[in-house]
Design a protein. Structure first.
Length: 352
């Protein structure tokens, strides 16, 4: 993940929140093309409208997935069955010309079923590599906590390394490569909950709530009108952006400026989670870098070239909620992680 603009001794240009002036030597300056970046932002903004031809509402999850693609991070998707998690990922891929595959993680799934394996080709009398479903742009990994640790580890390794090694030979995964994982919320026997250290590797945790009544009526109205979730093209969903716009967007996000004050704010928010009385585990420094990345992407998508404290606030919940752990007492009292994070945001002084 990219670094923030380092503190400089030269007086910074006067921009809101003391953002330092754009430094031509900064990362990505060589391919800096403002017109291309602006076109990419416009195209990516159109993606949301395109996806809404299939998915009613769920705007936060759609934007979260775009941010993950820009930051090259992975996401956890949380929501009860039937709230359009799969439909959302498929629609987004259609709008962005990306490939998507889905894997149902079952107790008997083997690592090779995810990464791929060597198969014997009788015609040539040789072994050849058959790519597993990780060779895609967005991998929908359903119920990853139902598969044993060995298979989870093969997925997590692919997420981290962006390559898989089979028989000692590394094979690069496509770009972009983002895992959207769902977890079975019921902790019945036979689930293998991901350890905290693994959850920290997901950039965002996006929640898909049950739709408001009006939205649900609209879902039914579309079905009554002939909408077929298996035929997105018939719903008028077209490709409005693609890997090129995502690459240009990623480069532009890396040029978004962050003042020392806002860096301090990100750190203060994360540090405050470590001393919250409701939390047994606070946000790690890795979590703080994640919040910096997602805030930058959101600032860029919002049309700015600097990060404001409001960007940090907007992304704090989805970026931090899976990186903290409630104390058992708080859990028994039904305390909600998002409410704890809201409390932290309310208590940490905001730079002006
Ligand atoms: N917000 C919504 N907008 C449009 N359609 C919706 C929405 N919510 C649910 N649906 C309808 O419900 C169907 C089920 O959605 P989908 O299969 O994507 O759910 P899911 O969250 O992936 O469920 P599961 O957890 O069982 O995999 C969709 O194909 C669609 O017809
Ligand atoms: Mg699904």
């Amino acid at each position: 993940m990219s670094e923030a603009t380092p503190h400089r001794d030269a007086p910074p240009a006067a921009t809101p929140h003391g953002a330092t002036a754009v430094d031509p030597s900064a990362a990505g300056a060589a391919d800096h093309d403002p017109a291309r970046a602006a076109a990419a932002r416009e195209a990516l903004s159109a993606v949301r409208q395109e996806v809404s031809k299939a998915v009613v509402g769920q705007d936060a999850a759609i934007t979260g997935l775009v941010i993950a693609l820009l930051c090259r991070g992975h996401v956890l998707l949380e929501g009860v069955p039937g709230v359009a998690k799969t439909l959302l990922v498929r629609s987004l891929c259609q709008a962005l010309q990306l490939d998507t595959k889905r894997v149902q993680f079952t107790p008997d799934l083997m690592p090779g079923d995810v990464t791929g394996s060597l198969v014997y080709d009788a015609a040539t009398a040789r072994f050849s590599f058959r790519e597993g479903p990780v060779f895609t742009n967005i991998l929908l990994a359903d119920e990853i906590n139902r598969t044993p640790p060995k298979t989870q580890a093969s997925l997590l390794e692919a997420m981290e390394e962006r390559q898989v090694s089979v028989d000692g030979i590394p094979r690069m995964l496509p770009q972009p490569f983002v895992v959207a994982a769902t977890q079975n919320p019921v902790e019945y026997e036979g689930t293998y909950p991901l350890p905290e250290a693994q959850l920290d590797r997901f950039l965002l945790k996006l929640t898909l709530p049950l739709p408001p009544r009006e939205d649900e009526v609209e879902v039914l109205a579309r079905h009554a009108g002939g909408f077929d979730p298996r035929d997105l093209a018939a719903a008028g969903l077209r490709a409005v952006a693609g890997p090129e716009e995502l690459a240009a967007g990623s480069a532009a996000v890396r040029r978004v400026q962050v003042s020392r004050d806002v860096l301090g704010y990100v750190v203060d928010v994360c540090r405050a989670t470590r001393s919250s009385p409701s939390l047994a585990l606070g946000v790690s420094p890795r979590g703080a870098t994640a919040l910096l990345s997602t805030s930058r992407a959101w600032a860029w998508l919002s049309g700015r070239d600097y990060v404001s404290p409001d960007d940090v606030k907007a992304l704090a919940r989805p970026t931090l909620r899976h990186r903290v752990q409630l104390r058992p007492e708080a859990e028994l009292d039904g305390v909600d992680v998002d409410a704890v994070l809201d409390g932290v945001l309310g208590a940490v002084p905001v730079p002006r």
